[in-house]
Design a protein. Sequence first.
Lengths: 151, 144
Amino acid sequence: MYALLAFVTGLLFGFGLIVSGMANPAKVLGFLDIAGRWDPSLALVMAGANAVGLAGFAVAAKRRVTLLGTPMMLPTARTIDRRLVAGSVVFGVGWGLAGFCPGPALVALGAGHVKALVFVAAMVAGMGVFEIVERMRARSTTASQAAPAGE
Amino acid sequence: MSIDWAAFTPWAALAGGIIIGIASVLLALANGRIAGISGIVGGLLRPAFPDAAWRIAFLAGLIAAPLLYTAYAALPEIIVVAGYPTLIVAGLVVGIGTRYGAGCTSGHGVCGLSRLSPRSLAATFAFMAAGFATVFVVRHVLGS
């Protein structure tokens, strides 16, 4: 049931991206090009999503368990650090280069676009780089912590 | 700045946004999860993932959406202007950036802003600014 609902939600999310026009990178780039002929559509997608989200997440925030009775797994981090901002800037550069962010790229992949497949493959590789770097970093910190002072 | 009225689709954008909002709220209420696409994909690359089933199910739904959509209506056009080298660089950068930034347009821009998260506001401001700057440089400075 848990996974089935996630499938339905993913489907709905994909429909939203298609209807909104955001599955099309050319339209996303039209929004990001404020110095050219600007297409403000993406701002209205955000407005629509956030209007529903503000009400819905206010309800979700008050709940301790989900409608299925499982624990809520919503994030709790509050601090704005360099990692968050630098990572987001790096993401924004990639977004501006191709007009793809993760969701629309997966929808375009489903629509059979080879270019979306190439983008998604590179994106997963990039995420893999993050995992490898983070695991190496975790290992070196635990190793230095575990190592006795005399070593 | 001049608005491209021919390209501007306010009602479709608003309607699509509302659907995205409903989907995000549904995943939060039913599964207790954030509909952040980069986080859902990235979570599958973790060493241990006991929660792989819902992640795969959500992504399968996302990928299946255009297939089901075409059964009832014509799929809006998807135009990818970027060439393969650009797509590879962009993909790598998006993958690394979204993991370090702990989210993308959906996780921060939709869910995070809706939750009034200061982290997501900072992240959304950062990636929007970088996106605007990148397109400005590519289209108006380098002039492709």
